[in-house]
Design a protein. Sequence first.
Lengths: 115, 113
Amino acid sequence: SQKIEQNSEALNIQEGKTATLTCNYTNYSPAYLQWYRQDPGRGPVFLLLIRENEKEKRKERLKVTFDTTLKQSLFHITASQPADSATYLCALPFGGGGATNKLIFGTGTLLAVQP
Amino acid sequence: NAGVTQTPKFRILKIGQSMTLQCTQDMNHNYMYWYRQDPGMGLKLIYYSVGAGITDKGEVPNGYNVSRSTTEDFPLRLELAAPSQTSVYFCASSSVEEIYEQYFGPGTRLTVT
């Protein structure tokens, strides 16, 4: 079955630096991959989706890459700010989930941006 | 728009009790989902629905039931609560046009003792 691996250790960086988070999956390459942000005590918030035929996607200070050969997605936040501190979740569809977007999620990586 | 709302926010159940977690969305979304999130684990899909009257199992459906009588509401029923169902439960919804963007509710923290 498909498994998602995200670094369980917190990532601590200085304000203004670029944060890079990694998402690896173990089985078949999905048609797309999503990134969500989750703050403590709240539900996840959708950030970006990248499809298998897209190498890179950008949205403001966010950039996502998708390498189906490495079975990996990288999530970058440039010019990071303390307000970017949160847990970032990687998610991808399972069970032919494209038509219904049934997702499996990684455990998330906690990002802490120090002022 | 209130988005996706969930009630209650917190609940403590005794083993064997039953309860219904409520979920309502006011965005006229066709797709609705229930997830559970255990500490240190990713969210796992319990059930989902593609529209009123249509539901299907997700990854971890055992011990739960759902119904979808209206577009707005998607309640999750626990019939015989077990300690293994202690978790945070999230409801989500998405539209047909933007199916990939799931909107999540604030969650219900459930403890079964």
